[in-house]
Ligand binder design. Structure first.
Ligand code: XIL
Length: 376
């Protein structure tokens, strides 16, 4: 159980309290002196966020300015997903993603691509479920995948230097690979390997990433095992997969406890196979922390620091992206799977709804400062 005492105890042990509270202090949200992008750059790293095209994010000049100040890499929150780029079969719609890409380029901010294939059927284009693959389903499925990758990677060319090629292939419940309209004709591992081969063909310059949400907590053990199994199979097949994207939606998702020893073991195994690492979607679910804001924010900051200290200790990891810079725009506000039981708004991001820096922002800065420098 999380009590005020043990949250504060953990934070005191982590040495976070004075800095954390200074960040939330009387100045009422003055911009922190050194931007996260600059702290990261000194280490040979990048810091960034997901950015949505809507009125409260890209459409809000204050939010956009915050992103420009803190970040040197962004990723579209939804706008480069297949259903967004091709809502009707054969009718591409690149507008919103292109607008954000043009803005980013103007600001000197890189943009990652997310994602070419999302394995859960729920997140694939609606029309894909009704696709008739005819008498030669294997060839037809491959052709469809090829057309998609050729279209999207051709459209972006070198502007996107890092792609989440496949997202969330492993079912966390049992560690098995998810099935969908493309895996059924092709086979699950084969379809994933094909996705990477196509990405290598049409975006030969790009870093190709397998992205998933396995976490350090004990409840995520099967998920981690399944991801390791998949990465081993892809290696054996010689699929061009360069790195594992660690989504990093951490915090209280289930009854499990964070086990950073297991986490380190997992990252050792992944890097031992020669894969790079990225933190692609970091946020901290605060649902089991008390409602009291100071206590809650301190708990989120402590979890941030503990997690990033271990994860950033791997020098192959060069990108840290959060999934939203400020609480009010976080996807977790409406995410049905793990809501706060007290009905309070969640506080999973480095800035609050008024765009004031929170202790979590300072914890990220501290973890970046403590990370070993990356060599080119
Ligand atoms: C989420 C977006 O934030 C939501 O707006 C959308 O409704 C669903 O997708 N893992 C991922 C991201 O890889 O693409 C998800 O983004 C969050 C979990």
């Amino acid at each position: 159980m999380v009590t005020r005492r043990n949250v504060l105890g953990a934070i005191a042990t982590a040495g976070l309290l004075p800095r954390a509270w200074a960040a939330a202090g009387a100045s009422g949200g003055a911009a922190p002196s050194e931007a996260l992008r600059d702290i990261a750059a000194r280490k040979g790293m990048r810091f960034g966020t997901a950015l949505g095209h809507g009125a409260r994010q890209f459409g809000d000049p204050a939010y956009r300015a915050l992103v420009a100040r803190e970040c040197n890499v962004i990723v579209a929150e939804n706008e480069m997903k297949w259903p967004a780029l091709e809502p009707q079969r054969g009718q591409p719609r690149y507008g919103p993603a292109d607008e954000m890409l043009a803005w980013a380029a103007q600001q000197g901010i890189a943009m990652r691509g997310h994602n070419l294939f999302w394995q859960a059927e729920k997140w694939q284009p609606g029309w894909l479920a009704h696709e008739d693959f005819g008498a030669q389903p294997r060839q037809a499925a491959e052709q469809l995948m090829r057309a998609h990758v050729r279209g999207v990677c051709g459209h972006y060319g070198k502007q996107i230097a890092s792609w989440d090629v496949v997202n969330e292939a492993v079912d966390p419940a049992d560690g098995q690979l998810r099935a969908n309209a493309l895996t059924r004709p092709l086979g699950a591992v084969e379809q994933i390997a094909l996705a990477f081969r196509l990405a290598a063909e049409y975006a030969p310059h790009a870093e190709l990433v397998y992205n998933d949400y396995m976490r350090p907590d004990t409840g995520s053990a099967k998920h981690r095992e399944g991801v390791l199994r998949l990465l081993e199979q892809l290696r054996r097949q010689g699929a061009p997969v360069h790195a594992l994207g660690i989504q990093s939606h951490i915090g209280s998702w289930d009854e499990g406890k964070a086990d950073l020893t297991q986490w380190r073991r997992f990252l050792d195994q992944v890097t031992g196979m020669g894969y790079g690492l990225l933190v692609t979607e970091f946020d901290v679910n605060d649902r089991r922390l008390p409602g009291d804001i100071a206590v809650r924010d301190a708990g989120v900051a402590a979890a941030t620091r503990d997690y990033l200290d271990v994860t950033l200790s791997y020098p192959v990891l060069k990108d840290v992206l959060v999934w939203g810079m400020a609480d009010h725009i976080s996807w977790l506000q409406n995410w049905h799977e793990a809501p706060r039981t007290d009905g309070l708004a969640t506080r999973p991001c480095p800035y609050d709804a008024q765009l004031n820096a929170k202790p979590m922002r300072e914890a990220i800065a501290a973890a970046l400062r403590a990370a070993p420098p990356r060599t080119a």
